[in-house]
Design a protein. Structure first.
Lengths: 295, 384
């Protein structure tokens, strides 16, 4: 029976091969070649065309790697701290509240990602909505009088904080939804059993609910961390491009003056590998529990 | 277990869609094109062999044409225009390199034209099909990127300069020095591309902006890097400059004259200067790609756009100066007729820089690959 409908997955398999596997193969191919090497295709032995040159240059970019992973990690932690309680409360409330909360979470996602980020630019600017609001309520006057400063605005945009804010804002739903879906399906009899056996609320949460919700947490962490680590629009629009992130570095290789897709692919490949390693390590924390399918 | 797996799969699918959406948006108009007129984008790939349906594929910059010209051309000639945009010369170049597009007409800037010619990607034009080419001022012909006038018909020209908010600076700005001094530290936006950013330092240091001397380029980059390390720049940006300067969020930025005039419409406190040390003046010109399929239609389009009428409409819409001598001369009268008030002479001279300003400006030339790589490395160092 099962085999008879296996062909139904053919379109999807084909799709995956075209848009996932083929591009990855291309990235790997580019990563191990250079423009000079490929120009000599057929003239020099094929083993000499493949090179590690691109990776040899990677040392310079360690700082950018570190910064990207650090910011993505901070964004992920903030998302988890905000998202878990929200998902938990949602799952515990009645269906009316759940529907309402779900709509509120999904609503912003109906608006184009770039537009939402542009809106944040208008809010955070030196002369933007938030600073004008502070001005109007006399906050700056108050601070200036107390501390003797001559503050006219808070510097919010074009900082790392703004980048993290952009990541959290854009990716928070991806943390909330998987956790919520797991918690809402928890078997209530398990919680009752825990209580019967004398566990208080904190213990029920720590020993039963949280471990059982780990698969959702792991999915959420992946879905927030991966796009955060590779974003470049957010750092450009909210971070003022002051400090490059990995996404900007890769973009620069493709769209900067020196067109170098080979180096760009190598950086992308290293990034992918680091992300995969992170995910594998993280999955170990969830070992013994029901594991979410990662990646 | 199964349900969780299914759920996770569903979520990852949603995420995948979302990400691919972002990726498309993040590359902005680079890969996303819109089709002007009523037709479908599918027409993009159909060749003109049938002859029944004539079309031309144009790629230009965003907000860089009076769109009513497209309709007018379609009505006059029956040729459908597939109008696309790219965000920058570099992105246009990588679009062409990746081979996923088939444009007929492109409108790159001088140095990129030189690069495309040297890489044999453009085809010589048949000027007998472009009678309006005669109206292009001699000043914009025979320039370094196309010395023998074989490949290009100039589209617009302009200068790079300093835009500042007169309410936020103490006195008029006349020199690049302000971009490297601490006077307005933290109140300046650095232009976010290596050529312009290091270029202004080269001008300030008195070097040739097209130098290939590594020491000079390094010195210029160091000047920018030092200023950045001291906190002179609040950030780096290209298109963001509109929102930042119009809203009075920062005092000073470096950008192009035509775009300054657009900003000035929304914030009259802004002023523009072409620094005394000199600056870049550029020409964007229409070219036909070697791979073009609709060569005749491309020539018709170029001729149409080169006309005085089209140039006047374009100039009025995008605020970039026209290379068409008649149009440039007639523009103040055209403006007065259209808006019922005279054109501010000062603004006109910002749009079309007079000869004495142009005399201190120079054009970017295509740099050799090693120099481009050096620019790229230094630019990334700046971001580390």
């Amino acid at each position: 029976m099962k085999n008879k409908i296996a062909w139904l997955s053919a379109p999807y398999v084909l799709w995956m091969a075209l848009v996932v596997v083929a591009p990855i193969i291309m990235v790997v191919f580019y990563a191990f070649t250079t423009a000079e090497g490929l120009a000599q295709w057929g003239e020099i032995p094929i083993t000499e065309i493949f090179t590690l040159d691109n990776f040899a240059r990677m040392g310079t970019y360690t700082v950018i790697f570190a910064r990207s992973f650090q910011l993505a990690l901070v964004a992920t932690i903030v998302c988890l701290l905000l998202g878990y309680p929200l998902a938990y409360v949602m799952a515990k409330e009645g269906p009316g509240f759940q529907r309402m909360a779900m709509v509120l979470i999904m609503l912003p996602m109906w608006v184009n990602f770039l537009l939402r980020t542009y809106a944040w630019m208008a809010i955070l600017e030196n002369n933007g909505i938030l600073n004008n609001f502070f001005e109007a309520i006399g906050l700056f006057d108050l601070i200036n009088r107390i501390f003797g400063t001559d503050l006219t605005y808070f510097r919010m945009i074009r900082t790392q904080g703004a980048v993290v804010l952009g990541m959290v804002y854009n990716y928070l739903p991806f943390m909330v939804l998987p956790i919520y879906s797991v918690i809402i399906k928890l078997d209530h009899s398990l919680l009752e059993a825990a209580r019967d056996l004398g566990a208080n609320s904190a213990q029920v949460f720590r020993k039963v609910i949280f471990p059982l919700s780990l698969p959702g947490v792991l999915s959420g962490v992946t879905m927030v961390f991966v796009p955060s680590v590779s974003t470049f629009a957010i750092s450009r629009m909210l971070g003022g491009n002051n400090q490059m992130l990995l996404g900007n570095l890769i973009e620069q290789q493709f769209l900067g003056g020196a067109y170098n897709p080979y180096l760009g692919s190598a950086i992308a490949l290293v990034m992918m590998i680091i992300v995969i390693v992170c995910m594998v390590v993280m999955n170990h924390f969830g070992e013994g529990e029901e594991q979410a399918v990662m990646l | 277990m199964k349900k969780i797996t299914a759920l996770t799969l569903a979520c990852s699918l949603a995420l995948g869609l979302f990400l691919s959406g972002c990726a498309m948006e993040e590359s902005t108009s680079g890969s996303m094109s819109f089709t002007a007129g009523s037709g479908s984008t599918a027409g993009n790939n159909s060749s003109s062999t049938t002859g029944s349906k004539r079309e031309v594929n144009v790629c230009s910059w965003g907000e860089y044409i009076d769109e009513s010209l497209i309709d007018k051309f379609e009505q006059e000639t029956g040729i459908k225009v597939n109008y696309n945009t790219a965000p920058s010369n570099e992105e246009l170049y990588s679009l062409l390199q990746s081979g996923g597009v088939n444009y007929d007409v492109i409108v790159p800037s001088d140095y990129m034209i030189a690069r495309l010619i040297s890489e044999d990607m453009l085809q010589p034009l048949d000027y007998s099909k472009i009678p309006n080419y005669e109206k292009i001022d001699e000043q914009y012909k025979g320039l370094s990127f196309d010395p023998n006038n074989e490949y290009t018909v100039p589209y617009t020209w302009g200068t790079l300069g300093i835009i500042y908010n007169t309410t936020m600076v103490d006195e008029p700005i006349t020199s690049w020095e302000v971009m490297f001094s601490d006077e307005y530290a933290g109140n300046i936006l650095l232009i976010d591309n290596s050529r312009d950013a290091f270029g202004m330092a080269l001008y300030y240091l008195g070097y040739d902006v097209n130098t290939t001397d590594e020491a000079q380029i390094r010195e210029a980059a160091q000047l920018v890097a030092d200023a950045k390390a001291r906190g002179v720049y609040d950030g780096q940006g290209m298109d963001e400059v509109f929102q930042i300067m119009e809203g009075g969020n920062l005092a000073i930025a470096t950008y192009y004259a035509g775009d300054f005039l657009s900003m000035h419409e929304n914030n009259p406190d802004l002023a523009f200067c072409v620094p005394e040390e000199g600056s870049n003046w550029f020409v964007d010109a229409m070219c036909i790609l070697k791979s073009a399929k609709n060569v005749d239609e491309a020539h018709e389009w170029i001729n149409f756009i080169a006309s005085t009428e089209s140039n006047l409409a374009n100039m009025d819409y995008i605020w970039y100066a026209s290379p068409n001598a008649e149009a440039l001369e007639q523009y103040p009268a055209y403006y007065e007729e259209t808006y019922g008030e005279p054109l501010d002479q000062e603004l006109y001279e910002i749009m079309a820089a007079p000869k004495d300003v142009l005399a201190r400006c120079s054009m970017y030339e295509n740099l050799p690959a090693e120099t481009l790589a050096l620019y790229n490395d230094l630019w990334i160092e700046l971001g580390i």
